[in-house]
Design a protein around this ligand. Structure first.
Ligand code: PBG
Length: 343
């Protein structure tokens, strides 16, 4: 009887299928899984977007973005110090401009003392080693919430580009390291490059929001910067149609020709095919923006106990690496950095 059982077990071990290839063998233990792992997520992959507001000592929650706050400049400096301590390479700054300072043409964008410029200078002074990415677009400054200047219902391209180039130079003067145009006007990367060079900022980089889609996933961001109630219409005449992939390659090619140092795909997770195509086609530093709506979805499901928030967060970020991204703008940055530092 014992012999019979032994023989049966031996046959089980030998297996029923005559397989030479058993991919599961490499997955049998943690050490082996680590050995064959194709991608890694590290703190070096993270850019942390933060929101700015007026005042001092202000940390004001954003309702649709759990654990995300609008920070006064002094608090932004504190978070920059925290980012540096965690090893996060760079911050991206977004202002919630006082509604009283918003107008038709986004004048506040050209105020050298605006929130972004003040925060850039203060952060650079306190934490000189951290990278600063600043957004170039007019939407946080316009009363209509659009990224460009308007004539009637039309968004004016060339007139907007002129303003954006001036905005970029002001940001560079304030200490920005990376100018990140998110407006999707045609020709803005070239104009910004020229303006930066002419102003003596040849070393300031450009991260182009090259393939930025007209997406529903920006909803919580618009709450955070205070444009969700004011936005007139939508952004479909300048941001890309979510139905298009080949067009993204054309947009990236143009931005690179015009002088972009790095390109970005946005949103992130629903557009991983675009990330992979861009990286394959151009091989340049490629970033994804895991946008506010993606962040909110993961947080909301986790809060409901519908998924394991920490695992979903880490898996979503690893997916960007697998798709070929060099880094990710993500509101999860400080949490991920903390988790990675404990490993
Ligand atoms: C605006 C801008 C947007 C985001 C970054 N820059 C919103 C928009 O285009 O309406 C979205 C970021 C996010 O959703 O996290 N130029």
């Amino acid at each position: 009887r014992a012999e019979e059982a032994g023989a049966a077990a031996a046959q089980d071990l030998a297996g029923r299928l005559d397989l030479r290839q058993r991919p599961r063998r490499n997955r049998k233990a943690d050490w082996s899984r680590r050995l064959v792992r194709e991608n890694t997520l590290t703190v070096d992959d993270l850019i942390w977007p933060i929101f700015l507001t007026d005042g001092t000592g202000v940390r004001e929650g954003v309702q649709s973005m759990p654990d995300v706050q609008r920070l006064s400049v002094d608090e932004a400096v504190a978070d920059a110090e925290r980012a540096a301590a965690l090893g996060i390479p760079a911050l991206a700054l977004f202002p919630n401009t006082d509604p009283g300072l918003r107008d038709d043409v986004g004048s506040e964008a050209l105020n050298p003392e605006n929130l972004v410029c003040r925060a850039s200078a203060a952060i650079k002074k306190a934490v000189p080693g951290i990278g600063l990415v600043t957004d170039v677009a007019l939407d946080p400054y316009t009363s209509h919430g659009h990224d460009g200047l308007m004539a009637g219902e039309m968004i004016l391209n060339d007139e907007t580009v002129e303003t954006l180039a001036r905005q970029a130079v002001l940001q560079a003067q304030a200490g920005s390291d990376v100018i990140a145009p998110s407006d999707m006007m045609d020709g803005r990367v070239g104009a910004i490059r020229e303006a930066l060079d002419a102003a003596g900022f040849a070393e300031v980089q450009i991260m182009a929001y090259a393939a930025k889609y007209a997406s529903a996933f920006y909803g919580p961001f618009r709450d955070a910067v205070g444009t969700s109630k004011t936005l007139v219409g939508d952004k479909r005449t300048y941001q890309m149609d979510p139905a298009n992939a080949r067009e993204a390659l054309r947009e990236v090619a143009l931005d690179l020709e015009e002088g972009a140092d790095m390109v970005m795909v946005k949103p992130g997770m629903p557009y991983l095919d675009i990330c992979a195509k861009v990286k394959d086609a151009f091989g340049v530093p490629t970033f994804a923006y895991q946008v506010s709506g993606e962040y909110a979805m993961i947080c909301a499901a986790a809060r409901n106990g519908w998924l394991d928030g920490e695992r979903a967060m880490l898996e979503s970020l690893m997916a960007f690496k697998r798709a070929g991204c060099d880094g990710v703008l993500t509101y999860f940055a400080p949490r991920v950095a903390e988790i990675l530092s404990r490993r």
